[in-house]
Design a protein around this ligand. Sequence first.
Ligand code: PAP
Length: 330
Amino acid sequence: MDSPHDDGFASEMAELPLETRYPPFALRQYAGFWLPERTLARGLPAARDRFAPRPDDVLLASFPKSGTTWLKALAFATARRAAHPPSAHDHPLRQRNPHDCVPFLGIGFALDKDVELEALPSPRVLATHLPFSLLPTGRSRVVYVCRDPKDVLVSCWLFTRKVSESVGVDAESFSLREAMELFCAGRCMYGPQWLHVAEYWEASRRAAGEVLFLRYEEMLRDPVGSLRTMAEFMGCAFSPEEEERGVARAIVELCSLDKLKKVEANRKGRTAAGIKADAYFRKGVAGDWSSHMTPEMGKMVDEAVEDGLQGSGFSFTDSTPANPEFCPDA
Ligand code: PAP
């Protein structure tokens, strides 16, 4: 099938494999991935046809629940630090949810917000959950974050139960076991997760200057080191003078889960997309899956993912840092 287009794609979409068991959205399998129907019908074609990339754009990419909100906050605060020093009491991240500071490419276009995306000052920071193979062409730098799939699954399941009501779907009875079975079959939003990860991993190996591959767990271990690497990759490394003033540390502090949780806009109300803002901030740790899943369930997820990753060169069981710069002793 050709790339989706606004005109008439609805009828073509009806012929794609359908998955309705993972709330809240109906998913269709396209180019090897399970995408929400709206993304497929509107967001993807609009992003491909109408996105006018700029050479200094930074695109933040992730599988859902892998650290997107944190990455958005860090990248936004870093790119905008001249206009908004992290210490400023009126910093946008002290007033708005990170999702309202960094728009999702597909969603922005799907909601006909082209003008807003065009009006963003350079360097623009944008985000996407699209797999690498479906990104619009002509993009520039991509920062990808991945996370232990067991924590992704649990975070996603809890989020789904909490926010599905905003789109009129009751997901209260959706069990973790059901979520796990669908996740292991790759039948979840933007799944299979392992294929999503493997594509970006491969791209980061092929073109290191174009795709930076980060791991959420490494970011937790060394947030300042991770931020330095990211800033350098984004083309706005911290100067020695900024280092002396502790700017990188101040950004990490501003974007910490504890600080973001206390922001009123993140405690109450909803994001521009209508989602309860507090749903994006929970524990933010590595390994919380074991509070919800049995070891046997964890093993099933690990096996499904490692199986899917075979031949990709990437493994979640390999604790080697994705980027040597992250290792303080390297
Ligand atoms: P999204 O893809 O829907 O935007 P995303 O931000 O990737 O969601 O995932 C939310 C997870 O990131 C939550 O993990 P948990 O459920 O395991 O707790 C959330 O707590 C965590 N998170 C959000 N903000 C931060 C932050 N500032 N630092 C660390 N983790 C964070």
